[in-house]
Design a protein around this ligand. Structure first.
Ligand SMILES: [Zn+2]
Length: 88
């Protein structure tokens, strides 16, 4: 099955095609299953992933990312919000 993913670009305000690391997952019944972080490709148990706000399936389900990447997403989003405020 081909994995089609999209990534939300905070500064452009639109989705871009995204090349997903092998092993990235949106869902697992087994929390101990080893998956790849959809952003940096690091391997970790599914139970330790966070649902990405940026990297999603075409249907809009967020992929699992590691804690560090999740934090980066928040920071990018926050920075963009601040930038928009300044523009007003
Ligand atoms: Zn990561």
């Amino acid at each position: 099955m081909e994995m089609l993913a999209k990534k939300w670009n905070f500064s452009k305000g639109e989705y871009e095609d995204y090349d997903l690391p092998e092993g990235a997952s949106t869902f697992s019944k087994d929390m101990d299953e080893i998956v790849s972080c959809a952003r940096c490709g690091k391997q970790l148990s599914f139970g330790y992933t966070y649902t990405s706000r940026q990297i999603q399936t075409q249907g809009g389900f967020g992929y699992g990312v590691c804690e560090k990447c999740y934090e980066k997403e928040w920071k990018e989003e926050w920075k963009e919000m601040e930038r928009r405020k300044e523009r007003r």
